[in-house]
Design a protein around this ligand. Sequence first.
Ligand code: GSH
Length: 218
Amino acid sequence: MVLTIYKMDKSPPVRAVFMTIEVLKIPDVKYVDVNLLEKENLTEDYLKMNPQHTVPVMKDDDFSIWDSHAIAAYLVTKYGKTSSLYPTDPKKRAVIDQRLHFDSGVLFPSLSRLIEPVFFKGEKAFRPDDVEQVKTAYGFVDAFLSKSQWLAGDNMTLADICCVATISTLNEAFPVDEKAYPKLSAWFNRLKQQEFYKKRNEPGLAQIRAISQKMLSG
Ligand SMILES: N[C@@H](CCC(=O)N[C@@H](CS)C(=O)NCC(=O)O)C(=O)O
């Protein structure tokens, strides 16, 4: 049985899957690099696995699935010795699912919208409207954290892992202001101290940092 992840290290959803694998301590994972600039995600074989041509994709024997949130949930269900990252209790799981959909529907689109003009269209500053959208998203996360230390309750869950992959990337472009978003800032600092974050999020994030600095300075 071989678990394979098709990946590009700087991608936030890929890093969410990396961190999930690290927390679950899944051994013997095979990694395959997919170079998006070289259009390796548009080959016939890749499109057969994932017609949406995104990374990450996970293959577990003859089963394949894409979308970091679906992959992370599958990994916990199949490989998690305990289910605390994604509990089966309907209410607890519903809160986690809401945060995961928030990541897909609000955080990640805010990130794409913010960085694309600078990273891919040669603009030298972020557009004010896009920055406003990021501020709104940060405000939502701060509100989610008003009653608990973690995004979906008193324990760290997939909600924290998936959202921090995106937020740490947003933070490289538009840093989280500790005064404006104190709860978000404290949560982010808490995650930055975790070994799984240092080992599996930080390296890809450093690549984003380098690109961001180059694009904004040039
Ligand atoms: N919701 C997806 C987003 C995946 C995604 O958009 N990945 C980007 C890289 S960060 C990608 O593969 N883009 C290439 C493309 O859309 O063709 C997930 O969580 O996996």
